[in-house]
Design a protein around this ligand. Structure first.
Ligand SMILES: [Mn+2]
Length: 353
């Protein structure tokens, strides 16, 4: 287990590498070249620079989140082969820089979705929240402005304005893409990149869909045990793996995360651990990390990761905004630092049993 924090890079993140380095037990960061666009080949010099910057601060670059997938790959257009070639070239360059874990998602049009980025909790902190009833009332074309409103000027990952300006066009692109087609397009992509992943020992970790059900009638294929198992079986190479995001999978109370950790042993390459509070069907708040404060058994999750020999990077996923911090929603320093301390403490206790 390699405790890390996500970092968006200089100029994008309000949190500094110096601050991250001072969180006890956090040894690495998960980062990305945030200003690249899906489909482009990452420049060698920029990858090297990013890595050197992280290492100069006494931290390890533990993996990339994310190298985003071009829509033509997800839709399955003839142009996908060129974009897959580009992706392979980026993976090669990451491998040459000794980077071995890449997180990505395969969600059409929208990445994660929330109905509120600043829901006030009784203690005065704010959290990200989701309410299907509210989302159903939002016109998709206004979705960006409703997200931007409470983002405090930060660019949200997966919600880049230039992408959202094309939202109508994107919906049009995906109109004939059903769940099966999306799944087959994912398999096509994975089979194409596996030889490179093997050559450089790069573990691909697909992020579950968030929330774990279809939103705006768009297909979702990484939502629960059966679908994830199907994806892992379709491309059985161990390099084809999963990001176990407890908050995304845990948005659906029917998902048994501890059972999934055991079922996917050896194929979980990255873990995002956070808690959620189930309020009603289709309605949840993101909660502080401790088990007692949400609906998920975080102790049980950490124990299952420990007992199945999980050895990849882990990070406390989103935190609340506390102590008047102003940061990218979900990605402030303070609550995530508390989360890292809690998770490290659990791990120590579990390891000594
Ligand atoms: Mn996550």
């Amino acid at each position: 287990m390699d405790m890390t924090l996500r970092w968006y890079g200089k100029g994008f993140d309000s949190v500094s590498l110096k601050q991250i380095r001072q969180i006890p037990m956090v040894k690495g960061v998960i980062t990305t070249l945030y200003d690249t666009t899906p489909g482009e080949v990452w420049k060698k010099e920029r990858i090297r620079e990013m890595k050197q910057d992280v290492e100069a601060h006494g931290l390890k670059l533990s993996g990339i989140e994310s190298v985003n997938i071009h829509d033509d790959i997800k839709v399955g257009l003839p142009s996908r082969d060129q974009y897959i070639e580009n992706y392979i070239e980026t993976l090669t360059r990451l491998g040459e820089e000794d980077i071995h874990m890449v997180c990505y998602n395969f969600m059409p049009v929208f990445d994660w979705t929330r109905s509120d980025l600043k829901k006030m909790l009784p203690d005065g902190s704010t959290c990200l929240s989701y309410d299907q009833e509210l989302v159903d009332k939002i016109n998709v074309e206004n979705m960006l402005s409703s997200m931007e409103e409470k983002a405090d000027g930060f660019i949200l990952p997966g919600w880049e304005p230039e992408r959202m300006a094309r939202v109508k066009e994107l919906f049009e692109m995906y109109k004939d893409v059903d769940e099966e087609k999306l799944f087959q397009n994912l398999v096509y992509f994975l089979k194409a990149i596996m030889p490179t992943c093997k050559k450089y020992d790069i573990r691909m970790a697909i992020h579950p869909d968030d929330p774990a059900w279809p939103v705006f009638n768009l297909p979702r294929i990484i939502t629960g045990k059966e679908k994830i198992q199907r994806m892992l079986n379709a491309v059985p190479d161990m390099e084809n793996g999963l990001t176990l995001c407890t908050g995304s999978l845990g948005s659906n109370p029917n998902n048994d995360i501890i059972d999934m950790i055991h079922a996917f042993k050896g194929r979980i390459h990255f873990a995002h651990v956070r808690n959620v509070n189930h309020l009603a069907p289709g309605k949840f708040d993101e909660a502080p990390h401790p088990t007692e404060l949400g609906s998920l058994d975080i102790y049980g999750i950490m124990k299952a990761l420990h007992d199945t020999g999980f050895d990849g990077p882990i990070r406390p996923d989103h935190g609340r905004m506390i102590w008047d911090e102003v940061a990218m929603p979900g990605y402030g320093l303070y609550d995530r630092a508390l989360g890292a301390r809690y998770l490290s403490g659990l791990w120590e206790a579990i390891s000594k049993k």
